[in-house]
Design a protein around this ligand. Structure first.
Ligand code: GLP
Length: 241
């Protein structure tokens, strides 16, 4: 595992956007897995700046989603599909037809989860998967105690994660209780994992993930199993390392 400490979130975004640009230069139709939350926004902003400057061609790039709330209509502004369309596809000028995501509004969620895993495999697998980290060490929506071999499936959010994510909704009551998330086993199949963590609030989770034992209690520690994992942290998130 490679750990890169950068001065701030903007530097982390630039570093990772450059890595994605290099991937797309060598493989223009690479499948890039994106994460939601506040942390990866500097990555998407740096990518959009490269596209605007004519320094990056994303015309053949494909994008896939890490996780999704269950029960929000697809068009809900806080469904992760809507967030990825708004924060990634639209600024980069990538068509929705180049986007893969799980269907959190399906009537059969178990079937939708399995179908999503199949669609990733049929697409040739994920070339680079971006990850954030929850304050409890979760990746995607794999909460503590998720099986390290898990596949895409329905999960129940912890109260802590619902509280953490309530800022995107009008009230805590509106935050869904259930989600579909790529499993930890699914995430580990991506050819390159890149986790970005910024801010003091993530310092303990980062230390546990990177320097603690491999444990289902800290889902992000599964990155220790991956042959090509990069963890980018700003100085605040690195304070417990
Ligand atoms: C959600 C997402 C995760 C993300 C996490 C942290 O739980 N499912 O993929 O890593 O939030 O979000 P933030 O970056 O806003 O702290």
């Amino acid at each position: 595992m490679e750990i890169v400490i950068v001065p701030d979130a903007a530097a982390g975004g630039e570093l990772i956007a450059t890595a994605i640009a290099e991937l797309l230069t060598g493989k223009p139709d690479a499948l890039v897995g994106v994460a939601t939350g506040s942390t990866p926004l500097p990555i998407y902003q740096a990518l959009a700046a490269k596209v605007r400057a004519g320094a990056l061609d994303v015309s053949r790039a494909r994008i896939c989603q890490l996780d999704e709330y269950v029960g929000l209509p697809k068009g809900h502004p806080e469904s992760y599909r809507s967030v990825v369309l708004r924060e990634v596809l639209e600024p980069l000028g990538i068509s929705e037809s180049a986007f893969l995501g799980p269907d959190g509004s399906a009537s059969d969620i178990a079937a939708a989860a399995t179908a999503y895993d199949h669609s990733l495999a049929e697409a040739g697998g994920v070339d680079l998967q971006l990850l954030g980290i929850g304050t409890d060490g979760h990746i995607g929506f794999n909460e503590p105690c998720s099986s390290l071999a898990s596949r895409t499936r329905i999960k129940t959010l912890t109260e802590q994660t619902r509280v953490d994510n309530a800022r995107f909704f009008d009230s805590l009551d509106e935050v869904p209780h259930h989600v579909i998330t790529q499993g930890i086993g699914t995430i580990l199949e991506a050819r390159h994992l890149v986790l970005l963590a910024t801010g003091e609030a993530k310092a303990e989770a980062v230390a546990q993930a990177v320097e603690g034992p491999l444990s289902a209690f800290v889902p992000a520690s599964a990155l220790q199993l991956h042959p090509h994992a990069t963890v980018v942290v700003d100085e605040a998130a690195a304070t417990r390392l």
